[in-house]
Design a protein around this ligand. Sequence first.
Ligand SMILES: Cc1cc2nc3c(=O)[nH]c(=O)nc-3n(C[C@H](O)[C@H](O)[C@H](O)COP(=O)(O)OP(=O)(O)OC[C@H]3O[C@@H](n4cnc5c(N)ncnc54)[C@H](O)[C@@H]3O)c2cc1C
Length: 315
Amino acid sequence: MSVLVFIEAKSKVSKAALEAVSYGSKIGSTTVITYGNINEQELTVIGEYGAEKILVNRSLNESNDQQLTNLISAAVDHTGADVVVISQDQTGKSIGPRVAAKLNAGHVSGAISLPETANGFVVNTNVFSGKAMAKITVHSDKKVISLLPNSHAPVKTNGSATVEEFNADLGEGRIIVKELKTQGEGIPLPEAELVVSAGRGLKGPENWGIVEDLASTIGATTACSRPVSDIGWRPHHEHVGQTGIAIRPNLYIAAGISGAIQHLAGVNGSKVIVVINTDSEAPFFKAADYGIIGDAFEVLPRLNEAFKKFQSSQN
Ligand SMILES: Cc1cc2nc3c(=O)[nH]c(=O)nc-3n(C[C@H](O)[C@H](O)[C@H](O)COP(=O)(O)OP(=O)(O)OC[C@H]3O[C@@H](n4cnc5c(N)ncnc54)[C@H](O)[C@@H]3O)c2cc1C
């Protein structure tokens, strides 16, 4: 099977993009399509994760849904790809359905498994906010798979890819990106392996020092529940859940968060969940791997001290 993987142009290729390349290479012979000023070093990395060929369009410089859709569809014509893989990140959520419509292809949104091809082309997805799983059978000749970030670990193969310039008629973009604001330093939430998160139980923004201290000790990214960002205690890019960012870190520490279904929808793919809550009946304990019934104002500093002690014992 011939596979085309789309990668968003960035100075550093994201973990989600490498997951998509690695995933594509498990399905078949993989070509990557990307654009902009992506540098040689990053192109080499893409080859190390299973791509055989990389097509680069240098004329497009900014993320523009219509033009990206045209670019991917032109690359499908060029390569004859049967399957298109796109990471279901912010850009992927927007262009996956557009690409599928343009190619008249069946679309799997939020794939969490490789396709089973013994009997058709069947891919698993999360549904009902992660409460259930659906098996989607795609009947069309062309298939578009939007891969849920953190559902397929990237595997380094130490291969290498040939790189080709790729020009295509991209048409006019119907939107213009006027300004891009980045969220600052640190590992972005969708890529973080370790996350320390807090909710309304922290009582106010002035108390977030204990959350940040623990995060800084273990090298984690901070997150929060929705009400906390809605009332302006924390920035919106920290909000996780059904209407926020969906994350799947190795470790999710949640302090003073009740564990409402809408919060769990964005975090229940975490490998290990640690819940700190004063209320032993808090629903979050049902989803927790480790639960601490206690006051976050006592437990977070004690955890921080314990991690620091452990770290210094390792030096
Ligand atoms: C359509 C819709 C979409 C939504 N999307 C999201 C979403 O994406 N993400 C999201 O998070 N929410 C979302 N919500 C809101 C969600 O339903 C909950 O209201 C919200 O998650 C609760 O936030 P919280 O746990 O911080 O606050 P609360 O529900 O107020 O819980 C605070 C918790 O802190 C505990 N606590 C209090 N003091 C302490 C202490 N000192 N130490 C330890 N624990 C303490 C309490 O026992 C309690 O369990 C959505 C709601 C709707 C209707």
